[in-house]
Design a protein around this ligand. Sequence first.
Ligand SMILES: Cc1cc2nc3c(=O)[nH]c(=O)nc-3n(C[C@H](O)[C@H](O)[C@H](O)COP(=O)(O)OP(=O)(O)OC[C@H]3O[C@@H](n4cnc5c(N)ncnc54)[C@H](O)[C@@H]3O)c2cc1C
Length: 426
Amino acid sequence: MNNPSVVIIGGGVIGMASAYYASQAGFQVTVIDRDAQSTESSCASGSAGMVVPSHFVPLAAPGMIGTAMRMMFNPRSPFYMKPKWDLEMFRWGLAFAKASTRNHVNASAPLIRDLNLASRKLFVELANQSGNPFGFVQKGLLMLCHTQQGFEHEKQTAHHAAQLGLEARIADAKTISSIEPALSMDIAGGVYFPQDCHLNPSEFLKKLKMQAQSRGMKMLEWNPADSIGFMRSKGTIDAIRLGDRVIEADQFVLAAGAWSSSEAQKLGIRLPMQPGKGYSLTLNHPRELPEICAILTEARVAITPMNGSLRFAGTMEFDGFNATIQPRRLEGMIQSSLKYLPAFKAKDFESVQPWSGFRPCSPDGLPYLGRSQTIGNLIIATGHAMMGLSLAPVTGKLVTDLLLNHPWEMDASLLNPERFNAPNNP
Ligand SMILES: Cc1cc2nc3c(=O)[nH]c(=O)nc-3n(C[C@H](O)[C@H](O)[C@H](O)COP(=O)(O)OP(=O)(O)OC[C@H]3O[C@@H](n4cnc5c(N)ncnc54)[C@H](O)[C@@H]3O)c2cc1C
C-alpha cells in the first residue's frame, strides 16, 4: 500500500516546515512553488531571523491604529498604508480596528507565547540533530529604547511578559552595554529577553528542504501565468491542475503566505490577508558586530548578526503586492537606526542591495491554522505576519498532527482559519 500523500501549496518557511514534519511522519509530500530550485521566494529568506517568545502581543493591539495614523503621512516612517478604493483592504482595516482591543491581546497572548515556546524547543531539536548549519544562537534579544518614553513603554511590556511567565529583564543603558559589549549604543535603556534566539533564515530554509527531499519530498514548479486549478467533488479536493499537469493527493495544505487568500477564494473560503511589505539591508562588514539580536524599538528596526554580517530589517507597508522599493522609507530606516548606533554611518549602507518581502498579515494578527470546515481534506497554515519564521517549526508539527488526525495538545481554536467566514465579520 502506498503512503498517504499530501500536496503543500507554497514552499515558504511554513510550507517547508510542514513538508519536513509530514515527510518525517511518512507522508508522500509534493510542494508546489513558483520557484522549485531555491527557497529565496519565501518572505523568510531576507527576514531578521529572530525566534521570538518575547513577541506575545498580536499586531492588532490597542494603540496600533493611532500609531499607524500618525506615521502614515511621513514617507520616512516605518509604517504606510496606501489610501485607495479597495473593498478588501477596507474590510481588512475594519476587522483590524475591531480586533485591536485589550481583550483580544489578553486572549491571544498566552496562545502566542505557548506556540513560540514550543517552536523554540523544536528549533533547539532541529539544530542539535543537524549540526546547526543555520547558525542558531540562543543568546536572547535586546529591546533597545532610544527615549525615556520608549523605555517606559517597554517596561510595561516586560511586566506583561513576566505575568505570562516569560523571562524579561529591565536594564539601564550601562547594564545593556554589559550584556552586549560589542555594540556602542545611544539608549535610555532596554529590556533583555534571554529566551529569544536568532538564526540565518536562508540556511534554515535550505536545511528543511534538503531534509524533506532526502525523505522523498518532490518540488513542483508552477508558472504564475498558469492559474492553479482545484478539481473538487463533494466538499473535498481530488487534485490540483497546474497547466496541463494534474496532481492528485489525499490531503492538501494551503501555505502560500501572502498569496493564500486568492487560492482560498477559489475554494469558497474567505481568508482576509494583506501583504505587509518589509525591507532588509545586510552589511557584510559591519563596523561593530553584536552577538545578540536586537530591536530598535521606536525605529521599529530589527538588527541581527548572521555569519559575520549584520542585517537591518523593518518597515510595514500596505500597498498590495507592489514590490517597488521606496528609497525614502529605506532612508528613514537607516537614519532612525543611526540614532541608536553611533559607530555606524549612513554611507555604510550605500552599496547595499535592499531586499523586500511580503508578510502574510491577517486582520487580527493571528495565524490561520487548522482544518477547513468547507473542504474536508484541506489544511490551512498561513497569516503568521511578523512571526512566520519563529512559528514555522510548531506550525509544521501541528499541520502534521492534523494530517495524522492526532488531536492537538493545546487549544488553538483562536486560529480557526475560517473565523472570518462568519456573517457578522467585517
Ligand atoms: C523585513 C522582514 C523581517 C522579518 N523578520 C522576521 C523574524 O525575525 N522572525 C519571524 O518569525 N518572522 C519574520 N518575518 C516574517 C516572516 O518572514 C513571515 O511571517 C514568513 O516568511 C511567512 O511564511 P510563509 O511560508 O507563510 O510565507 P512565505 O515565506 O512568503 O512563503 C510563501 C511561498 O508561497 C509561494 N507562493 C505564492 N503564491 C503561490 C501559489 N499561488 N501557489 C503556490 N505557491 C505560491 C511563494 O513563492 C513563497 O515561496 C519578517 C518579514 C519581513 C518582511
